[in-house]
Ligand binder design. Structure first.
Ligand SMILES: [Zn+2]
Ligand SMILES: [Zn+2]
Length: 315
């Protein structure tokens, strides 16, 4: 996912140098997870990859790691950077719908809320929809495609101004296409970690955007993609950098196929970071995710988490 970050942040638009990414060795990967001594038995099992995770592969031409220099972020480096965590006063994730989300036009907002709640184990609230036509947001017609696009900077200013006092972060989500600057063709999203605000478009995850017919699985595919983008981008708000250790929802993505190949879930390195931030009970979180995946018809994920949980709990 190409997301332009303002000010300091996880650097997503890395230098366009020729990259020679080498997948980390087993030893480097275990070092990234870190020493598990002193953790509860359940957490130790949850952070032990066992046989359940695929190591990252050598990237192909055009893949994220072939084009972007990523040095990785071990658990210890994450902790050392003293990332912003949810706290007593700021512990709610807010979703700000921008423009229409309808049955035929986008993923279900309630499903996105339910997924973020299960994934981050925090309260998630949906703010009242902002109608594009009635807003003061700058917009244009894309010079090539002719579709409407909204200027991301205006959205971030609006989110910052309207930020609820208990917000850990506020994420605007939209089926509108976005642009960050008049000279850009488009952008998938933009965020400011410092301000805890971001905006992401699902428009280009909808086959309809490319003029393709809506098949009966289209809505499910759009929900799968949107769920993945939502937790990836929200993960950045918790200061999780791109993952270079396992196949993981925090892997960078340069194109739709790479994004579709990413799993929905966090690898042990990234799971440990998020657990450190929010202190969730890993077994309870996995149970909630199983319920969500079953409700959403994400059978593969429901099976994977069920088997993983049995292994963690030694059942
Ligand atoms: Zn990213
Ligand atoms: Zn990861």
């Amino acid at each position: 996912m190409k997301v332009l970050y303002k000010s300091f942040s996880v650097l997503l638009f890395a230098a366009l140098l020729s990259m020679n990414f080498k997948p980390p060795t087993d030893k480097e990967t275990m070092r990234a997870i870190g020493n598990l001594e002193g953790l509860s038995r359940v957490l130790q099992r949850a952070l032990d990859p066992g046989q359940d995770f695929m190591l990252i592969r050598q990237p192909k031409d055009g893949d994220w790691l072939a084009e972007h220099k990523e040095t990785g972020q071990t658990f210890a480096e994450f902790v050392y950077a003293n990332p912003i965590k949810p706290n007593g006063g700021r512990n709610t994730i807010y979703l700000q719908p921008l423009g229409r989300f309808s049955e035929s036009q986008g993923p279900s907002l309630n499903m996105l809320k339910a997924y973020a709640e299960a994934f981050f184990a925090l309260e998630v609230n949906i703010l009242p929809t902002i109608a594009i036509g009635k807003s003061t947001l700058s917009h244009r017609r894309n010079p090539y495609t002719g579709n409407r696009q909204i200027l991301t900077g205006d959205i971030l200013i609006l989110l910052k101004r309207n930020r609820p006092p208990d917000a850990f972060c506020t994420l605007a989500i939209t089926m509108e296409d976005l642009y960050p600057h008049p000279s850009w063709n488009f952008v998938f999203g933009q965020a400011s970690l410092r301000d805890g605000v971001g905006v992401f478009s699902f428009a280009r995850y909808d086959p309809k955007f490319y003029g393709e017919d809506r098949t009966k699985d289209c809505q499910k595919l759009l929900l799968q993609r949107s769920c993945k983008v939502l937790v990836h981008e929200t993960g950045h708000m918790f200061s999780l950098a791109h993952c270079i250790y396992f196949k993981c929802v925090m892997n960078g993505s340069n194109h739709l196929q790479e994004s579709d190949d990413r799993p929905q879930l966090l690898c042990p390195v990234c799971l440990r970071k998020l657990q450190h931030s929010t202190g969730f009970d890993v077994a309870k979180r996995y149970r909630n995710l199983i319920h969500f995946y079953q409700d959403a018809g994400f059978d593969r994920e429901a099976d994977w988490v069920s088997n993983r949980l049995k292994w963690i709990l030694d059942e």
